[in-house]
Design a protein. Structure first.
Length: 217
């Protein structure tokens, strides 16, 4: 059986990010910005003991400039998480689940000088994929005498409430922070010659991202 449980929030980093986001510097808005690109760093956690969070760098980009009011938004938010499975009563790494959401949504942006805060929600569909790990293959063979394991995952609807912050440090440089929670429940099927195990995995993930971009044009 796949197992579920809670995770510990990243309180200190979250607090530091939002304090930094609101520090006042001599700012000039990126009002003429059409495209800016830079880097980001994301911390991700999952509310399930059957999966594991992660962290790492990424690419950040910005099209246009934030304006006051309601508007449409989009997001990909692709991520991977390692999944555990009980094999012969022992918890074993089953493999890496790759979650690829395609989402669009609506939200409200409030602009206060160089600072823009957006709150909204995204929804769509997530495609998933997963391969059996070497540890799981060996465990099935050594513990149960099973030589073949067939692992299948399904796609699933996805929803993400989120809040994002943009702060214009200068006409060229912008800082960003985003916190959100992805809700997605794909079905995982583990089939062997001695039976199959089908379960809806709680592959939800909260994420916290900080980054900066530089205006190209």
């Amino acid at each position: 059986m796949l197992q579920h449980a809670g995770v510990t929030a990243w309180h200190k980093v979250v607090a530091a990010l939002f304090i930094a986001s609101f520090i006042s510097v001599a700012a000039f808005a990126q009002e003429g910005n059409r495209f800016a690109i830079g880097g980001s760093y994301t911390k991700r956690g999952v509310p399930s003991s059957a999966a594991h969070g992660g962290q790492g760098p990424g690419i950040e980009w910005r099209f246009g400039h934030a304006t006051e009011g309601w508007g449409w938004h989009y997001g990909l938010n692709w991520y991977s998480t390692d999944v555990d499975h009980s094999i012969a009563g022992q918890t074993t790494p089953l493999g890496e689940l790759r979650v690829r959401p395609f989402m669009a949504g609506y939200g409200y942006t409030h602009v206060m000088g160089p600072l823009a805060v957006t709150v909204g929600g995204l929804a769509g569909y997530a495609f998933t994929a997963m391969d059996v790990s070497r540890e799981a293959s060996d465990a099935y063979l050594n513990r149960l005498g099973v030589r073949s394991v067939d692992l299948r995952t399904s796609g699933a609807p996805v929803f993400k409430p989120e809040m994002g912050v943009w702060y214009d440090v200068s006409r060229k440089v912008g800082l960003t922070a985003n916190v959100g929670y992805v809700v997605v429940r794909p079905k995982i099927t583990v089939a062997t010659p001695i039976g199959s195990d089908v379960e809806r995995l709680r592959a939800d993930a909260w994420s916290f991202t900080i980054g900066s971009v530089y205006r190209i044009f």
